[in-house]
Design a protein around this ligand. Structure first.
Ligand SMILES: [Mn+2]
Length: 280
């Protein structure tokens, strides 16, 4: 069972055997990249660490799973990250037995920064208690469709709310979207270069021995609250601003009718209903 840990951008997955704390998009070193542009923000790594430690103390997980984008610089590592990332994990290790990372698109050259004992899982994702977890910058492999529920990060979902006086606030949100199994199967098979014979479900069964069961997708808020995100309810004006990642751009995921929740659990409405607040 997956439970969002309101009001925190984190979730707990409980099975009979284990308790896994899940967070996404830490982006350690985000402020370092900013300081190169002349904007100085104190290092956020300590704050993130404090927040994680508190969650670990409260929920007592056996495992911490980070759903990608541990650090901010994409291909390499900034000088400050050489310090912040190892320190962060060395400290974290003292509080939880196991730390696992699914690599995100910002995690190039992450391995040398990690102390011993921190596990990097394949970026294809991991299945816990029948739910499939992956970062979301790329499609997961077709076999993940055996999971009823998928959980991803990468998007840093926020909603913008404007009022007539011109106030504009953005809030981090959780997104719960319905998926079309047949369309998902079709996309994932095509991506593997597999010819679809008859219907995608049968082809998936034939090649992967998997019956597609995926009906819902959760998008996690970023654990680093300092980060912005592109408001999901704002109209895209240019191609560049299109919603991040291939998964949300696909019709297989019904983003328009997705349920949107604030971190405190408040149901804001369906995304289509919130579009009116995103108008300039
Ligand atoms: Mn990402």
């Amino acid at each position: 069972m997956i439970t969002p840990l309101t009001p925190h951008p984190a979730a707990l997955v409980k099975t009979k055997e284990s308790r896994t704390l899940v967070v996404a998009d830490l982006h350690i070193g985000w402020e370092i990249a900013l300081s190169e542009k002349g904007i100085h923000v104190p290092t956020q790594a300590l704050k993130l660490l404090e927040k994680l430690k508190n969650l670990i103390k409260t929920y007592n997980p056996d495992k911490l799973l980070i759903l990608g984008d541990v650090k901010h610089t994409v291909a390499t590592a900034e000088l400050g990250e050489w310090q912040d990332v190892p320190e962060f994990f060395n400290e974290l290790k003292k509080y939880v037995n196991e730390v696992q990372i699914i690599r995100g698109n910002h995690d190039g050259n992450l391995d040398p920064l990690l102390p011993e004992g921190i596990k990097i899982l394949p970026s294809s994702g991991v299945v816990i208690d029948g739910a499939g977890f992956f970062h979301g910058h790329r499609w997961p492999p077709p076999a993940i469709l055996k999971c009823k529920t998928l959980v991803m990060g990468h998007v840093h979902p926020v909603i913008v709310l404007r009022d007539p006086a011109g106030f504009r606030i953005t809030r981090q949100v959780w997104v719960k979207a319905k998926c079309n199994q047949n369309q998902l199967a079709e996309i994932l098979l095509q991506r593997q270069g597999i010819k679809i014979e008859g219907d995608p479900q049968k082809t998936l069964l034939k090649h992967y021995r998997v019956k597609p069961r995926t009906t819902q997708l959760f998008i996690m808020p970023s654990f680093n609250e300092f980060l912005g995100g592109k408001p999901l309810n704002e109209k895209e004006t240019t191609e560049n601003e299109k919603i991040v990642g291939p998964i949300l751009r696909a019709e297989a995921v019904d983003l328009r009718n997705a349920e949107i929740y604030l971190l405190d659990g408040t149901f804001l409405g369906y995304l289509s209903q919130l579009e009116v607040f995103g108008m300039p």
